[in-house]
Design a binder for this molecule. Structure first.
Ligand code: BGP
Length: 463
């Protein structure tokens, strides 16, 4: 029987550093972080410098007993310019990373784009660019042909809904807009990117699988009434169905499309040829990230607005008002983290049970799960992160319970392997199993208590 995979995850912009070496082009995150729009002025230019520390990081994964590693490829390292000329040094870096994984029998799970579009795509409109799906499919085919089945698990896009929401509703990720029509087009184009990349993947008949990583868990309500159930369904469409239905079932839900049209959202870009490509090119597995749930109630008033807490200084909650659809509700008795997010581990159980109901037995990997915190290190740099351990332990409990009840869960990844850049928040919001001392130019790695806890946990749970 196939073994359950236990591992951890990172993403290129957040950990690699080396932003301008060995022929890499700029990504929209390089441009954004170097611009005035980045008010905190913190960048991923160096971060924890995985580019030069990957051997150490992968060795530490292996010593922890991890059997899989999720990372992303920087599109701008592979195709730095719009002329489509491949940067061989980019291939070499990821060849080396894969070789290191192989040395320790660590299964690579590799994402093609984790937010960081190349600048030349960004300059043409980024996710809104009419040819973004063709460009993405081209890049994907270059990657598939080079790495082939050395990568057994490919992921097309990381968190389409969260990325689109931050970029086009909250406005905290580039291009920093608040525009519902652009949000809708972004989602549609990402769905097309996914389908067109899968079409390239299938042509090669690799001994590998392809999936998509999704952000949101589930929508919950605090009142059981017809009105609240409608709000819940609207939220499920908004945060889940809009991407998961086409990616898994090959089509958008008809009632969802009606609702979008009723809301006067521009859908003029939808065309029959695209819908046929979506129909033919669905994912093999779902990557489900696990952080928190959405609690919602019926929409009351106000324009569409999505807020997040990037300050980490207090109780400001994340919240959504989606005009005519739903708005956030708050259960004041719940525990929150410092960034105003509910800590509710059962959300992943509810999510998995609902995914099974909606999408049957599609294999699911929990591709991220983690606790952001201000870690405090002792004089040796050691962090006793008991809150993180409790968070992970509780989430895993609910994941394994869902598995026992028949959900087809096949692996789990802690976010993150080591400390790295947290989008907009910077470096003080930490998630790593391993501490990185950013004050020391050598960027030393020091395993935290959670690393040793995970090591023991994996040993006891080799499923
Ligand atoms: C997910 C992203 C990750 C990671 C994580 C933590 O949405 O896929 O890249 O950053 O969230 O989020 P943050 O760093 O914003 O706290």
């Amino acid at each position: 029987m196939e073994k359950f995979l236990w591992g951890s995850a990172t993403a290129a912009y957040q950990c690699e550093g080396a932003w301008n070496v060995d022929g890499k082009g700029n990504s929209i995150w390089d441009d954004f972080c170097h611009s005035e729009a980045n008010v905190k002025g913190i960048t991923g230019d160096v971060s924890c410098d995985f580019y030069h520390h990957y051997k150490e990081d992968i060795r530490m994964m292996a010593e922890c007993g991890q059997t899989t590693y999720r990372f992303s490829i920087s599109w701008s390292r592979i195709l730095p310019k719009e002329d489509h000329v491949v940067n061989e040094a980019g291939f070499k870096f990821y060849d080396d990373v894969l070789a290191e994984c192989k040395k320790y029998n660590i299964v690579p799970n590799v994402t093609l784009v984790h937010y960081d579009l190349p600048d030349y795509i960004g300059n043409k409109g980024g996710w809104l660019y009419d040819k973004v799906a063709d460009e993405f499919a081209y890049y994907a085919s270059v990657v598939f042909k080079h790495f082939g089945d050395r990568i057994p698990l490919y992921v097309t896009i990381n968190e389409p809904t969260h990325n689109a929401s931050c970029a086009y509703l909250t406005g905290n990720y580039p291009p920093n807009e608040k525009n519902v029509n652009h949000y809708a087009k972004c989602i549609y184009n990402m769905v097309m990117c996914n389908a067109k990349a899968i079409r390239e993947f299938r042509k090669l008949d690799l001994n590998a699988k392809i999936g998509l990583v999704h952000a949101s868990c589930s929508a919950d309500i605090l009142v059981d009434s017809e009105e609240y159930r409608v709000a819940q369904r609207n939220c499920e469409w908004f945060i889940n169905g809009c991407v998961l239905d086409p990616a898994i079932k090959g089509e958008f839900d008809k009632d969802f499309v009606l609702k979008v049209k009723e809301s006067n959202i521009d859908l003029s870009f939808v065309n029959e040829d695209d819908l046929a490509i979506i129909k033919e090119n669905t994912i093999d597995f779902l990557g489900q990230n696990a952080y928190c749930r959405n609690v919602v109630k019926p929409y009351t008033t106000g324009e569409t607005k999505v807020t997040v807490n990037n300050s980490g200084k207090g109780p400001a909650r994340e919240g959504k008002i989606i005009k005519g659809w739903f708005e956030s509700d708050f259960n004041d008795s719940m525990k929150l983290n410092k960034w105003g997010r509910e800590i509710y581990p059962k959300c992943i159980y509810n999510c998995l049970i609902r995914r099974k109901k909606a999408y049957g037995d599609i294999p699911i990997y929990i591709t991220e799960c983690g606790h952001g915190a201000y870690d405090v290190a002792d004089e040796n740099g050691y962090v006793e992160d008991d809150d993180r351990i409790a968070f992970l332990n509780d989430f895993i409990y609910w994941i394994l319970k869902a598995k026992e009840e028949g959900c087809n869960v096949k692996g789990f990844y802690v976010w993150s392997t080591m400390d790295l850049y947290s989008w907009i928040n910077g470096y003080e919001k930490r998630y790593g199993l391993v501490r990185v001392d950013y004050n020391d130019p050598e960027l030393p790695r020091i395993p935290k208590k959670s690393y040793y806890w995970y090591k023991e946990f994996i040993k006891e749970h080799s499923l």
